[in-house]
Design a protein around this ligand. Structure first.
Ligand SMILES: *Cc1c(COP(=O)(O)O)cnc(C)c1O
Length: 348
């Protein structure tokens, strides 16, 4: 691909942390029951219940897209709609999967404010129409941390949840980077999820040191009825599920998931603090998790590409995106910043 050993393109460019590989190796020592009826899956579910302080229903699927699409399809029938921010991954990066898996439900999008869904959007879409020609709002979705690298506070989630609840809507949370939000907000997992009114969430593993797979957590158990059938029908029930689930044991033990996320967040802070001092560079959002969005001079973008740095320029609301990960080194950030200075003809 390129000569650089690390990139700041995306957190899924990074590899798998040793503890996760160890947990998978443990799960590989002997035969075990298939389709999730195994010790390793039970252990991971117990750990999730313990960390979230909740007797929740837990499932595992292969991708975050499946995690979002299947949880939303579980809530929505084909004539329902989902209220989301226009920057939401389900809107911009899932190829229509939520509509496909629900058999037709639509997503209403509101302009995001710093990557977040404004609470007013819930009222707006619910009250806009109530006739049967309009897809009936049934779910609200938020992403934590957001696609713009910001985080909802527990109070912000609660105000959205209260509105959702008052209109009989469910609150789904895309937690592909939930650990980064936790590390940033210094709340407990419970405070930032069900205690704030989240009904069901996805809990990311891949972007935080896992190999693949996401956990699904139903805090409202009634919503999880027959969900295993949905996983199976959509090809998301792993027969050797223990190799997905055991990764979560590796991540959750000794709160490694939080340390991984805190490290990524710190590297993003370091990157942002130094980047914003460069002439012509402007940060687009507060850096609260592991993403840094910036407007940078065209000639700098070109120079960085030439020197082998890859980055996206179509995510969020313009600008370029840099992302740090659980194993981004200080040296990588420094090397990147030094190339930035070179690209701007500044002294190294
Ligand atoms: C990466 C990501 C996902 C999951 O994506 P997959 O590529 O399907 O695993 C979901 N939501 C957000 C916000 C993401 O960044």
């Amino acid at each position: 691909m390129d000569k650089k050993t690390q990139q700041l393109t995306s957190d899924n460019y990074s590899g798998v942390c040793a503890e996760v590989l160890d947990a998978v190796t443990q799960a590989n020592l002997n035969y075990a029951e298939s389709y999730g009826n195994d010790f390793w899956t039970e252990q991971a579910c117990s750990l999730i219940r313990e960390k979230f302080e909740c007797d929740c229903e837990v499932f595992f699927v292969f991708t975050g897209t499946a995690a979002n699409a299947l949880t939303l399809a579980q809530i929505c029938t084909p004539f329902h709609s989902v209220i989301a921010a226009d920057t939401a991954h389900i809107v911009t990066d899932e190829c229509g999967a939520p509509g496909f898996f629900s058999g037709g439900s639509q997503i209403f999008t509101a302009p995001a404010v710093q990557g977040k869904l404004p609470a007013e959007a819930v009222e707006y879409f619910v009250n806009k129409r109530s006739d049967l020609h309009y897809p009936k709002p049934r779910a609200v979705t938020i992403t934590q941390s957001t696609e713009c690298g910001t985080c909802y506070t527990a109070a912000e989630i609660r105000s959205i949840a209260e509105l959702a609840y008052s209109y009989d809507l469910c609150l789904q949370m895309d937690g592909a980077r939930f650990a980064n939000a936790l590390a940033s907000q210094r709340c407990s997992p419970a405070e930032l999820s069900w205690k704030a009114g989240v009904d069901v969430m996805t809990f990311g593993g891949s972007k935080n040191g896992g190999m693949l797979g996401e956990a699904l957590i139903f805090f409202r158990k009634d919503l999880a009825a027959d969900f295993s059938y949905r996983c199976k029908q959509s090809g998301q029930l792993g027969s050797k599920l223990r190799f997905i689930s055991s990764q979560f044991t590796g991540l959750l033990q000794d709160d490694l998931y939080l340390r991984n996320a805190a490290h990524a967040n710190n590297m993003a802070k370091k990157l942002a603090v130094n980047l914003q001092q460069l002439p012509g560079v402007k940060l687009l959002f507060p850096v609260e998790a592991n993403a840094v969005f910036a407007e940078i001079p065209n000639r700098l973008a070109e120079y960085l590409e030439q020197t082998g740095w890859h980055f996206y320029n179509f995510i969020g609301s313009g600008g370029v995106r840099f992302m740090t990960s659980w194993n981004t080194t200080s040296e990588t950030v420094e090397a990147f910043l030094s190339d930035c200075r070179q690209g701007l003809n500044l002294p190294a």
